[in-house]
Design a protein. Structure first.
Length: 444
């Protein structure tokens, strides 16, 4: 029997309520609850790079909880972690949410779960549907409408590459699924490249004694500066026992000191101010043909790091998209790419400004990916209201989508899925004889 725990202690209630309130500043400043969406750190506590890495060592007792107790995440040798069994205190109206995992590693689903599943979904916390309970995910809403199950292999904090690694592992053995959804959110582009994402947000994220620990070392993609090509890398931690290496400051430093994306992330956010060896970053800029590299002042360092971080992550994302398409083609599966970023993309679009990741959208469209962009759906939906943007967003979000937001997303995606699936879902099949097909839907 699973024993659920709440992860917000009473003394942190005020902090929780404050961080769970949607404001313009929180959206643009990426401090939107929960912190693992973005990994932003404090800009007022700059450290040397070496000191910052060494201080990211994880308390052993927190790793004990992560590895040995029911918690929000559980260890995985390939992608670092997948969903565990837990009840975070992070839901709407100050509620807790029930998050459980099946034996296959997908989030627990019950709607028509006894029937063969032909649709599997992969991605981040917006795929996983963090901050709602198992029955309130967009996959469950759609399953109820379409009359067939949809499995949820999303996990909070994943990048595009980690979602891809999970996709190819599952789809390589799943003979029922023919339709594969890869969902990309906000800074998933950047997450793909980190060797260990925990190091980017440990200064602000509360692990609640290990029950919300995640972001440990995982498989990633990074630039091989010698060959000038992107390379896929396995995790530097391959067993539960080795996870305890993360409690060693020297291990953290030695394994992350030359992680170019960690360097760029911290420099772009002005979180480190000394001893970053920029020779590798300059070689990366040459490889990616990024002009105007200049680390001579704080302002120039931030601008250069941000530009280079985006270009690096975009190239990695293109690589992953191509690999995903090729894998699905080879295994006779259909791929749908979804994108949504209510922070860095939606708000600028609503104000008529260019989206920062237009390069990725152009690549998706130019290379004939089947694509669903939820950002455009919300832009058009917002036009129907005469309220401030923040008030509009409160209808759907508590950090992630609330249950209403997942419902809205499900029915926004519905037509795309119905047109995509062959044969059509039972609820969209036309003609006589429907009663015959009730076998499998009625109890014996």
């Amino acid at each position: 029997m699973i024993k659920f725990r709440n992860h917000i202690p009473n003394m942190d209630r005020r902090k929780f309520i404050k961080s769970n309130t949607l404001t313009a500043t929180s959206i643009m400043g990426y401090s939107f609850f929960p912190d693992f969406l973005n990994g932003a750190g404090s800009l007022t506590d700059k450290k040397s790079y070496a000191d910052y890495l060494r201080k990211s060592a994880v308390p052993t007792e927190e790793l004990d909880v992560f590895l040995n107790e029911n918690s929000w995440a559980q260890f995985d040798t390939e992608v670092g972690y997948i969903m565990g069994n837990y009840m975070p205190h992070d839901g709407m109206d100050n509620s807790s949410t029930i998050s459980t995992v099946s034996a296959a590693g997908s989030r627990t689903s019950r709607i028509y779960s006894d029937k063969p599943c032909r649709i599997n979904t992969y991605g981040n916390s917006f795929t996983q549907c963090h901050q709602v309970s198992d029955a309130e995910t967009w996959q469950e809403y759609l399953a109820g409408h379409l009359g067939e199950p949809i499995k949820n292999f999303g996990m909070g904090g994943f990048g595009v590459y980690q979602a891809y690694r999970r996709l190819i592992r599952r789809e390589g053995e799943d003979k029922d699924s023919k339709y594969v959804i890869l969902y990309m959110w906000g800074d998933d582009y950047v997450r793909s490249v980190f060797r260990c994402r925990y190091v980017t947000y440990y200064t602000t994220w509360n692990d609640y004694g290990g029950y919300m620990f995640h972001g440990n070392f995982w498989s990633n993609i990074e630039m091989d500066l010698d060959s000038g090509a992107l390379a896929e890398k396995n995790s530097r931690i391959s067993s539960k026992e080795e996870v305890y290496n993360m409690s060693d400051p020297d291990f953290m430093y030695e394994n992350l000191k030359d992680d170019l994306m960690v360097q760029l992330h911290l420099m772009a956010d002005n979180m480190v101010n000394s001893d970053v060896d920029v020779k590798g970053l300059k070689r990366l800029a040459e490889t990616l043909d990024v002009p105007g590299v200049d680390f001579t002042s704080e302002e120039r360092m931030q601008r250069t790091a941000n530009d280079l971080k985006n270009k690096y992550s975009f190239e990695a994302t293109k690589y992953v998209l191509d690999k995903s398409k090729e894998f699905c083609r080879k295994h006779n599966k259909n791929l749908l790419v979804i994108h949504f970023d209510p922070y860095g993309v939606l708000r600028p679009m609503i104000h008529g400004e260019a989206r920062y990741d237009q390069e990725i959208v152009d690549y998706i469209e130019e290379n004939d990916f089947k694509f669903f962009d939820m950002n455009h759906v919300h832009v058009e939906d917002f036009k129907k209201f005469k309220i401030p943007l923040d008030e509009y967003l409160q209808r759907y979000f508590i950090g992630h989508y609330n249950p209403s937001g997942n419902h809205f997303f499900a029915y926004a995606l519905k037509d795309t899925l119905v047109d995509w699936l062959d044969p059509k879902p039972i609820t969209y099949q036309q003609g006589d004889g429907k009663l015959i097909r009730f076998k499998g839907y009625l109890e014996e």
